[in-house]
Design a binder for this molecule. Structure first.
Ligand code: HEM
Length: 260
């Protein structure tokens, strides 16, 4: 059989996957399912590029790291823009099928948690959401134990001649990132004297700001769709989500702004 558009993309399988429960979908449920599936596909691609980016930073390849960051940032803009589409689902339309989600929620997206881990949001993970022995559980546990993007950036700084404290280069990568006055001093020097490395740092700020923007838009969308109701995933809903916004992944890069 010659390769065709449909066979290469496994279109038959892909287009038969919009049937979350038995029976007919509510009209807006089709959009709801497709948009989540599209998000998950983008999350897969973002993880793929974040892995690549970490390898490039370790190899001190500034040009390709910059290119990869630009790609991730462009995808992130799409992820944020898609919320506009989601917001065409009115509160009543959403209510027409909300019960069918039962306890299902984006809260349980293992790829989103993996992205958070790569971005350095470690600390207290809730692995119990994923059944022991399952593939999602294996994936989140593996990611949790891996170095973060910030760790790769610190190695990149070291490779460019900056005296990153050894304790940071060999830190326990399962711990949450903390502010480091030493790293901030190095970053100020980078920004003043090394535009090549500073550009990579600025793209990381773009990335950080982009994820914060997604969280902000998601919580606003949640507020206009379900108000203050609890989430299907068992959290307090918008009240919980508000606790997750405005928390930069790379705090050192924000802290130095007032020093420049
Ligand atoms: C009508 C649409 C949506 C509503 C009403 C909604 C609502 C919520 C709520 C209430 C939560 C808090 C957790 C809980 O369920 O208790 C949550 C979390 C989350 N949602 Fe949505 N959501 C919607 C669409 C989406 C979409 C399209 C995505 C894309 C994948 C998404 C991804 C997430 C993620 C990743 C979390 C976890 C955030 C965190 O813990 O920091 N949501 N959502």
């Amino acid at each position: 059989m010659p390769v065709t558009y449909a066979s290469y993309l496994k279109l038959d399988e892909l287009l038969s996957l919009q049937q979350p429960r038995p029976g007919a979908l509510e009209h807006d449920e089709t959009l709801f399912v497709i948009i989540h599936q599209v998000y998950e596909l983008w999350f897969k691609e973002v993880l793929h590029e974040l892995d690549h980016l970490q390898r490039l930073l370790h190899a001190n390849d500034t040009a390709l790291a910059g290119h990869t960051l630009k790609r991730i940032l462009t995808i992130l803009k799409t992820l944020v823009a898609q919320i506009d589409v989601l917001e065409t689902i009115t509160p009543l339309n959403f209510l027409s099928f909300r019960d069918r989600l039962e306890s299902g929620s984006g809260f349980q997206s293992h790829q989103f948690r993996e992205i958070e881990f790569v971005m350095g949001k470690k600390g207290r993970p809730s692995f119990e959401r994923y059944p022991e022995g399952s593939e999602p559980r294996r994936r989140v546990e593996t990611r949790f134990a891996q170095p973060t993007l910030w760790d790769a950036f610190l190695h990149y700084l070291a490779a460019n001649g900056y005296q990153v404290p050894k304790a940071l280069l060999t830190r326990d990568v399962t711990r949450a990132l903390e502010l480091s006055p030493e790293v901030q001093r190095l970053l100020v020097e980078v920004y003043r004297k090394n535009p090549t490395v500073a550009q990579i740092a600025e793209r990381l700020v773009d990335l950080d700001e982009g994820f914060m923007e997604w969280r902000y838009r998601h919580v606003k969308m949640v507020q206009r769709t379900i108000g203050t109701k609890a989430g299907t995933g068992g959290s307090a809903g918008a009240e919980y989500l508000l606790t997750t916004i405005n928390q930069p992944a790379f705090p050192d890069l924000w802290a130095i702004r007032s020093e420049l």
